[in-house]
Ligand binder design. Sequence first.
Ligand code: GCV
Length: 728
Amino acid sequence: MHSDAFFPPRTLLPFSVLLFSAFLFAAAAAKAEDGYDLWLRYQPLEQETRHQYRPQLRQLLIPGREQSPALNTIASELVRGVGGLLERAPAVSEHIRGDGFVLVATPQSSPLVRAEKLPLKGLGDEGYLIRSVKIRGHQGTVITANSERGLLYGGFHFLRLLQTRTSIAEVDISGQPRIGLRLLNHWDNLDRTVERGYAGQSIWDWWNLPDVLDPRYTDYARANAAIGINGTVLNNVNASADSLTPRYLAKAAALAEVFRPYGIRVYLSARFSAPVEIGGLTTADPKDPEVQRWWQGKADEIYRLIPDFGGFLVKANSEGQPGPQDYGRSHAEGANLLARALKPRGGVVMWRAFVYQQDNPEDRAKQAYSDFVPLDGQFDDNVIVQVKNGPIDFQPREPFHPMFGAMAKTPLMMEFQITKEYLGFASHLAYLGPMYEEVLKADTFARGAGSTVTRVVDGSLYGHRLTGIAGVANIGSDRDWSGSTFNQANWYVFGRMAWNPDLSAEEVARDWLKITFSNNPTLLDIGLEMMLASRQAVVDYMTPLGLAHLMATGHHYGPGPWVSDLARPEWNPAYYHRADRNGIGFDRTGDGSNAVAQYAAPVAARFASRSGVGDDLLLWFHHLPWDYPVASGRDLWGELVYRYDRGVATAQNLQDQWHSLENHIDPERFDKTARLLAVQAREAKWWRDASVAYFQSVSGRRLPAGSAQPSHSLEYYQQQQFPWAPGH
Ligand code: GCV
């Protein structure tokens, strides 16, 4: 019996097939470590650990699996996982035969679980409970939940306990996501290019869908379900209206079918002008009744094909995309148009706040707030506004976006970038956990101390039920999915923090290292040090002290702080650093653009204070003379060069640290990572040298004693061209 309407029944594989596929998997996994298996490696644990676990994992009971794709999925994953980790799959049985059983069931699907009267009440639709129990005199473990989706997440958590070598002897764990929509955003185009993608082509083979279902689609769903991701926006926010044509909707529906048993819903980026481009209308004006009817018809068509369709993501009136302002309407009027079409079927609109206009002379960092905050209260209740973590654009370090906390009546969701557009593409090691943590823990002070960004995003600050977090995916058709082993950690930490934003970057990194490599203490210590140092290193060698957007034009590969001749002011790095003979930095205090005023008073006061803001964001908010004394005791120029040097030194150290781990890592992943770290060390030096050469030419200052001259002249760096850089 299966009680969860979320998973419609379909023909199931017999269990012998599951076992056989688990065997095949184990055999395949014993081969090369090419990174394909992500956090689902299920390689044998250390012998001693295997022996400890085995008596506790003799039998697996999953009543109702024959009728339910979701339960079948859970069963197959547990057999595969336990079988691989312990080198012995548990017997799948119908009855408890002794100690060491694992019973996976809802109270509805198992009278035994029902009789335990376990506290499931507050766990909602996705939560779960894992508890050691004694049933009919036998010792075992129950994984239970209110729904099959909860069982799925409980099953994956249980596997994680084993993968991280956590005792299951007296386990009592409950888990529940803090945020409702936990989504990946793919910036994937219909021709399989990926905007800001550095890991090969799009994994969506649009051309051959729906006929060809690449097994990768299933593995993608498994990997995401394992970390709690429950939705995916399939196509780029710079959307083609063709994604909404019947041909492409059939392709999206085929993917939705694969993802459904894993609790993952499909969403689409919608192009605002679609009614004109594919609907034959002469306008896309939200107030036009024909336009409204067109979107309603489109929503009906989608729901006929994808009954659990999640909704639309929209980039409107931003970077050349069409939007409601083309018709003199507001973002709220545009969002509500789509929201009303989706509302009857429970769909949502995620309306992006990433907007800035070329004819608007206002500081770019202020524009989204200025556009959106006055609209607070005007959005329908199935609209959530999606806000990037910082006010500019996924820079290595930005302050949190001032919209967080500023719109009490509107649910806001977080948009992080997992792909490293501005942090060294796929080749540099930059573990983004510390960046996500820094933003989520930032205190907006919107309702006094403790009004963290997390509390805006999880809805608790203003009591919103619609909550969400999105990560721009770093996934492509590369064998290792993300272009490098360490990039996988960014996908992983995004999912884990989306589920529980209170997790620390460090604990997630530790789990990831154990699961990805091994439990070896040296590996864990050094691996952790590397990961935790890596993002600050990138900040140091690219954009230290709160500088931003110094990357070369368009593709954003490498340094271009000298660029100042592009048509739109805010496309030029010079717009952001404002360096001249006298000083450097963007004055966003009351004497400058006054962007600080968009933050709550205590935050505004801190950011406006030269001594209070902290050196990490100093030049984001202040324009200062080169000889300004910073907290370290150095002058600003000295500190700038010091940080560039520090970044290069850390990048070099990452290489040495990695080499010290050679005996602990399989040759394939060791070698690829070593090569990428060499690229990073070389490029860190390039970044530092080019930037120092440029700022030296502007400031006319000498390098501090002990700091090396750049290897080449400024002209040399300025002449570098990269017309074929990926992802652009
Ligand atoms: C999808 C930045 C990126 C663009 C991206 C845009 C956005 O500007 O460089 O590639 O477009 O952000 O988030 O919409």
